[in-house]
Design a protein around this ligand. Structure first.
Ligand SMILES: *[C@@H]1O[C@H](CO)[C@@H](O)[C@H](O)[C@H]1NC(C)=O
Ligand SMILES: *[C@@H]1O[C@H](CO)[C@@H](O)[C@H](O)[C@H]1NC(C)=O
Ligand SMILES: *[C@@H]1O[C@H](CO)[C@@H](O)[C@H](O)[C@H]1NC(C)=O
Length: 392
C-alpha cells in the first residue's frame, strides 16, 4: 500500500503537470511569438520546429526580437496580470530552451528601451532580416490573438474529454459499489441469477478470457474513447494552423496525447495488486488485470498516433527535418516512451509471458518505472513541468 500510494502521488503530480501544459500558456505571448516567427531574425542555423532549441536560441539572443516580443506583449496584454504572465512565459521558454538567464524585470527593460526604436512590422516582409524592434498594427494582430485564444480553448476541451474517459472507470468502479450497498435490495433473486448466468459466468471464446460483462465494459470504453477522439473539431484554419493538414494532425495529436495521459493513472493503478480501487470492494484482481491490459492497449494506440504524427511532421519541410527535432530531449524521450510501452505490450502476450514468468515480472516492473521516467522527461523538457509547477 505504501508503494502504491507513493506511486499514486507521483502519477497525480505527473498528470497534473503534463495536463497543465498549454493551459498555462499565455494567449498573448503565444500570439506574439508566432507572429514574430514569420519574420527572420538573422539566424545562421536552420529554424527547427516550434519547440526546437535552435529556433529559440536564435530569437532569445536577438535584441530586436526581445524588443519586438516585449513590445507586442506590452501593447496587447489587457491587464497587469496578463502582462506579467506573458513576460514570464517568454522568460521561461528562453531560459529553458536557449539557456539564457532572464527575469521578468529584464523583459520590462527591453520593452522600455525598444519603445524609442520601434518600426512598423510591415517594413520587414518575410525573407528579410529584421533590424529594429517591431510594432504590430492591431488590425494585423487580431487574427493571431483569436487564433491562440481558440487554440488554448481547444486544448482545455481535450483535457475535459480526457477526464471524461477517467470518469468512465470511476463509474465502472463506483456503480457496482452503490449496487452492493443499496441497489441490491431492489433486485430479486431470480433477476440476480439470470444476470450472473448471462453476463458474469459466461465466457465466450471470442472475448479472450473476458466474461461477457467485462467484454461489454471494454467495448463501451472503446466506443467512448473513439467518440472522445472524434467529436468537436471546431478549430478553423487560422494564423498558426495555416493549412488543413497541419490543423488536422495538430488537433488530433493533442486529443490523443491528452486522453492517453489522463488514462495513465487508471491502468497503472489497476495493474497493482493492492490498489485503492480494491477498497470499492467488488472487482477482483483478475478482472482488474484484464482491464489493465485493455486500457494499456488503447493507451499504446493513442501514443502511437501521437508519435507517428510528430515523426511525420518533423520530416516535412515545414517541420524543418528530423535531425533538428531529434536533437531535442523531449523528442527522444518521447520515442523511448513509445518504444518501452510497445515492448511491455509485446512481452505481455501470453505465450511470451509464460516462457519465463519471473523475468516477465521484473522486466514489466522496470519498464513501468522507466516509462514514467520517460514521460517525466518528455513533459519536463517541453517546459510544461516548470510552468505547471510554478502555477501549482
Ligand atoms: C539574415 O542574416 C543571416 C545571419 O547574418 C544571414 O545568414 C542571412 O543571409 C540573412 N538573410 C537575408 C535575407 O539577408
Ligand atoms: C535598445 O534597443 C536598440 C534597438 O533594438 C538596440 O540596438 C540597443 O542595443 C538597445 N539598448 C539596450 C541597452 O538594450
Ligand atoms: C482585451 O480586452 C478586449 C475587451 O474586453 C477584448 O475585446 C480583446 O480581445 C482583449 N485582448 C486583446 C489582445 O485585444
Amino acid at each position: 500500500m505504501l508503494i502504491s500510494s507513493r506511486l499514486l502521488l507521483l502519477l497525480t503530480t505527473l498528470i497534473q503537470v503534463c495536463l497543465s501544459l498549454v493551459i498555462t500558456d499565455s494567449h498573448v505571448a503565444s500570439s506574439c511569438i508566432y507572429f514574430l516567427r514569420k519574420r527572420s531574425w538573422q539566424c545562421s542555423t536552420a529554424m527547427g520546429g516550434h519547440m526546437s532549441s535552435s529556433t529559440w536560441m536564435c530569437q532569445c539572443m536577438n535584441i530586436e526580437w526581445l524588443g519586438s516580443i516585449t513590445n507586442c506583449i506590452h501593447d496587447y496584454a489587457n491587464s497587469t496580470e496578463e502582462l506579467n504572465h506573458a513576460y514570464s512565459h517568454i522568460v521561461k521558454r528562453c531560459n529553458l530552451r536557449a539557456s539564457t538567464d532572464y527575469d521578468v524585470s529584464e523583459m520590462k527593460m527591453y520593452q522600455a528601451n525598444a519603445s524609442s526604436y520601434l518600426e512598423d512590422s510591415e517594413l520587414f516582409p518575410k525573407g528579410t532580416n529584421v533590424t529594429a524592434p517591431l510594432s504590430i498594427r492591431p488590425s494585423i494582430f487580431k487574427t493571431w490573438y483569436t487564433t491562440f485564444r481558440d487554440y488554448n480553448y481547444f486544448v482545455s476541451m481535450c483535457q475535459r474529454l480526457g477526464w471524461g474517459c477517467v470518469g468512465f472507470w470511476i463509474g465502472v468502479l463506483g456503480l457496482p459499489g452503490i449496487y452492493h450497498y443499496f441497489g441490491h435490495r431492489f433486485v430479486s433473486f431470480e433477476q440476480k441469477q439470470k444476470f450472473n448466468k448471462f453476463f458474469i459466468n459466461k465466457y465466450d471464446r471470442v472475448f479472450l478470457g473476458f466474461n461477457r460483462l467485462e467484454a461489454l465494459i471494454c467495448f463501451v470504453f472503446f466506443v467512448v474513447v473513439l467518440l472522445m477522439c472524434a467529436v468537436n473539431y471546431n478549430l478553423e484554419l487560422n494564423a498558426y494552423l495555416y493549412n488543413s493538414w497541419f490543423l488536422t494532425i495538430d488537433c488530433l495529436s493533442f486529443r490523443t496525447d491528452i486522453i492517453a495521459f489522463s488514462l495513465m493513472p487508471v491502468f497503472y493503478l489497476m495493474g497493482i495488486r493492492n490498489n485503492p480501487f480494491q477498497y470499492f470492494g467488488w472487482m477482483t484482481h483478475s478482472t482488474m488485470i484484464k482491464f489493465h491490459k485493455f486500457i494499456a492497449i488503447i493507451f499504446f494506440v493513442l501514443a502511437l498516433i501521437h508519435s507517428v504524427i510528430w515523426t511525420d511532421y518533423a520530416n516535412t519541410t515545414d517541420g524543418g527535418g528530423y535531425a533538428i527535432w531529434a536533437k531535442d530531449a523531449y523528442f527522444y524521450w518521447g520515442i523511448i516512451g513509445t518504444t518501452v510501452i510497445g515492448l511491455m505490450l509485446g512481452l505481455s502476450i501470453e505465450c511470451v509471458r509464460n516462457l519465463w514468468y519471473e523475468m516477465f515480472l521484473v522486466l514489466h516492473k522496470s519498464f513501468a518505472i522507466l516509462f514514467i521516467a520517460a514521460m517525466w522527461m518528455h513533459c519536463k523538457t517541453l517546459e510544461f513541468l516548470k510552468m505547471g509547477l510554478s502555477t501549482m
